[in-house]
Design a protein around this ligand. Sequence first.
Ligand code: GLC
Length: 747
Amino acid sequence: MLKPFNLFYFLLSLILISCSPSLQTPSDIIDMKADSVLGLMTLEEKVGQLTLFTSDMDQTGAFIRKEYEQDIRDGRVGAIFNAYGADYTRYLQELAISHSRLKIPLLFGYDVIHGHRTIFPVPIAEASSWDLEAIERSARIAAIEATAEGLHWTFAPMADISIDPRWGRVVEGAGEDPWLASQITAARVRGFQGDDLTAVNTMAATIKHFAAYGDSQAGRDYHSVDMSERRLRETFLPPYKAAIDAGVKTVMTSFNDLNGIPATANHFLMTQILRDEWGFDGFVVTDYTAIMELLHHGVAADTAEAAKIALQAGVDMDMQSGFYQKALPDLVKKGLVSEQMINKAVKRILKIKFELGLFDDPFRYSNPQREKNEVMREEFIEAARDMARKSIVLLKNDGQLLPLSKEVKRIALIGPLADGRRELIGSWSAAGDWTKAVTLYEGLKAQLPHTKILVEKGCDINSSDRSSFAQAIKSALQADVIILALGESYWMSGEAASRSDIKLPGVQEELAKAIHSTGKPVITVIMSGRPLTLNWLANNTNALIQAWFLGTSSGNAITDVLTGNYNPSGKLPMTFPKSVGQIPIHYNMKNTGRPFDPDNKYTSKYLDISNEPLYAFGYGLSYTTFEYNDLKLSQNKMGANDTIQAYITITNTGAYAGEEVVQLYIHDPVASVTRAVKELKDFRKITLIPGESSTIYFDISRDKLSFYDADMRWGAEKGDFIVMIGGSSDNTLSASFELSESIWDQK
Ligand code: GLC
């Protein structure tokens, strides 16, 4: 039965559609509907739609204002975030529908970053899987659970290229490489939005933080960013662009200034690139109080000026500063801001509300029955376990200590992460319930019922207390094998969580040394939200695993790998430095005019450490071994519009079936500007049984060779190119071909 509210919009739609037979597409119809609503709105109601406030159910920024319910009644806010649950969202929506004049439905947003109730591995862990299908499924499940709890919109995926592990937010992204991050970001957008936004289990996604937030100076959060346009466009923009091309509905501005202009007031980013170049037609929302922060940046003297420059830059929605609400009506009345500009912003927002079906039924997502049925389903927990297994990176396995024998008699499980539970779901864990996460101790007990497991904390994650070392050593001496579980607290990564040093916190490394002095075989499992400097462990422990924070199914997934129920296949999406002093360090650096030469003092190096990282981008071991042979190119000369193929044969030369991420890199050794020594341009994850060989190929066309030249023209220059294929950026076979002519895109 249509309520008066729905009836009004239903009849309005019928009239519009009937008198506009020329309307062709659903998009035309939505456009017409949005125009019709816009035409009914007062200026204050329009500005209300440009305003986003947090509820006080969760807090993700510096302050909360309590007046948001009255704003809803008065039609002075168009969206609420950090509010979820069928009942609570229904309650808030009722305030809008029953009290506001035009009854425009609210949009409910939340940071559903790596799961909503069933928590998946943190994004950088998922990126380690290089498994786009699994990553898309992770976002899909997150959307099913989040929309079952009344949510319409997630502030994800984060696509900030990260080359500085001091920055805590590396945990939220897809690592250092533009190609990998682009593929992963697009997969996440597809997962959240599905292929039909009107479906009740899909939600609008947000690409964030636009732009280049990951290059915050010195890895210090919220710090300035300054770079050439070439580096911005070649390294930092591709993942955002991939999200736009995947149809992402909203974009979030970043806190940082870029080349002197804060992103939230940056017309080059928000209009020239986003709208004019990329054709983005969704809406732009700021990050938390970012318009107010223009005062701190020093580019606006007061509320009115901050609101004006943000709107004129192309920002549609104001998250939490309230500056649009306070200043825009007056700015329009004074003729300082055009109402036309406000209308454009409002229409973008209304269109997404129509697409989500909220004008048809504002309560369609606030369904207690769905909430009961759709959340933490067994298959979701199983999917989280599968994603977690695939996110684990095996860094070392001397003497094939792993996988553990099923007959192992006594294990000493030692460390602050041995039975730690809260850490496992990491930062940005949305509505996740950490008490439901499976610890490593629980995972081991479940799969090794006949093994005696002595569990000792040994020390805290981040204290100087060594008083439990002795007990830990005592248990270690009784064991056949030791598993050390070390790492960071969940709050040591994520927002406002930069670290000036990236070693294991507290006295954990001392504990590791004490345990290793027992002479027993040691497997070390690292749980962290960033690459850590693990030099001593890399040189001394027998087996080393990077497990990140793996979510609800952590303990089961790590145990699946330790026992060999799953053969690890993860590859690092971000370089692990030997020292914080090497940062920034990433695989795709330039050759320089004085490339390192051990026999020549006057070359690019440090006096106290080598140039190599501890572990390279793309690195990860398996319980089996893979051999690469017969790299062949279909042609050695490539014309402007040709596509050539690079063939490679991979053989499983070990004793276990396993998956391998085959990586394609390309280098342009001579060009009109300096080029990275290699750039990832494709990858494929394959599965081989022992003894099996597979020959695969990659297509290489000019888009994989292109770059911005000295005049910022995009294209490929004639000359030789080197193709490198392997299982890690630092271990490849190579071949070369010649591009016969230069090709430039029309600017
Ligand atoms: C935070 C974060 C952003 C998040 C937003 C809403 O400050 O920077 O990633 O989506 O506020 O919680």
